[in-house]
Design a protein around this ligand. Sequence first.
Ligand code: CUA
Length: 312
Amino acid sequence: MGGFNFGFPEALTQTAKDIDGLFGMIFWITLVVFVLVEGLLAIFLIRYKRKHPDKQGYAIHGSTKAEVIWTLIPALILVFIGVWSSGMVYTIQTPPSDVYEIKVTGMKWAWQFEYPNGAKSYGELHVPNDRNVMFKISSKDVIHSFWIPEFRMKQDAVPGRVTSFTVNVKDIAQAGTEYKERIICAEYCGNNHSKMLANLFIDDGKQFDSWVETEKTRKKTDAASVIQANGCTSCHTIDGGKSAGPSWKGLADSDHKLANGQTVKADDAYIKESITNPNAKVAEGFQPGMMPTFQLDDESLKNVVDYIKTLK
Ligand code: CUA
């Protein structure tokens, strides 16, 4: 098939290439059968109708030979496709024994990644290029779907369950490459489903190891890190714009209308409660249960509240 791959995104693993190969094979078989069948039909129509414009065709009452042929050939094609694709499904479903596990957590509306040493990254996933990487996928709230087109892999993120798939980008993906917003949620999960994106980094193995060590020890309690970590701005704008949740602009110390008709002063205590127990006091125009609960340490919480207070 040369370099032609149907305009698919780059394939970063051997499995992805194999899947493209399977797709291509099925496509070309289908194309040949289509052209053959429709071509013959067209030829017969034109040729015999032109010769005998007034004649009806013969009524043929069965031909065992023809029927055996047109049953057997498609059956063999299907068995061929079936054997090839089930072999591939088996390969995909049987992970190698030596895997490097990365925990993937979906939540409304962001992705979190946790590495074996406890380091976490948010909105970006780093994949080392020298080993088998297994994603252990789950969800904090509703069903999401973890999709990276470049891996040709998509797996539901289901609360209370762990799903997985394994990739190996060795010798195929280029280290040091970033794939922006190529981690996609592929299961409709509410207002900001389409914004539930993250970046993919392919790292050289050694660079990855030092990166993951640095991430482990880096204290991330500053407002910017905490906000990115928890995907706050996928639902809260900082400029007064509309989104899934109330905008942060002008929120602090305002008289804040609640869904139950009451008005509260949006002081520090209120904002903190709205983060750690968002359903206690729901703002006017929003439904309870929209926002997940966030467990933040005191320092992180204070930094976020202080930041919100700067948005006058
Ligand atoms: Cu998460 Cu759509």
